[in-house]
Design a protein around this ligand. Structure first.
Ligand SMILES: [Zn+2]
Length: 134
């Protein structure tokens, strides 16, 4: 099932979103890039890290993170997956809070918002505003 691909594998819409931001001049590193520079994993492994501006973006997969628009977790998933998704959501909230305490701005984007080019542009505008402010 497509939705069950690995949690942080990057999809084509995510790559297009990232390269759109890059073309607009917003410079970020990936968690791997961060790790090679700083020698440690970035908490929660965001998709994009804007180190100087202290902004991170997580693209949350609709299945894995229990998107309420795309899934009705209780109706669609058995107990095993409900449990797993709930665990992911708890971890997401914990990671967000911890990063905010460390003065990072955390932006979470649903995977479904990046599927169309219009959706991607909308998110880029929103994110661009936050990045320009800092
Ligand atoms: Zn969704």
């Amino acid at each position: 099932m497509k939705a069950m691909r690995s949690n942080r594998g990057r999809t084509r819409p995510e790559r297009m979103f990232a390269s759109l931001l890059w073309r607009l001049g917003f410079r970020y590193v990936t968690p791997d890039g961060y790790r090679s520079v700083h020698g440690e994993r970035f908490l929660g492994q965001p998709d994009l890290i804007f180190t100087r501006k202290r902004v991170v973006i997580f693209v949350d997969g609709c299945f894995w993170h229990g998107c309420p628009r795309c899934h009705n977790v209780e109706a669609d998933c058995n107990e095993f997956w409900q449990h797993k998704i709930e665990g992911n959501r708890i971890r997401d909230r914990r990671v967000t809070k911890q990063l905010e305490r460390e003065d990072w701005t955390v932006i979470r984007v649903w995977e479904h918002d990046l599927r169309s080019s219009r959706g991607r542009e909308r998110v880029v505008r929103r994110v661009g505003k936050r990045l320009s402010k800092k």
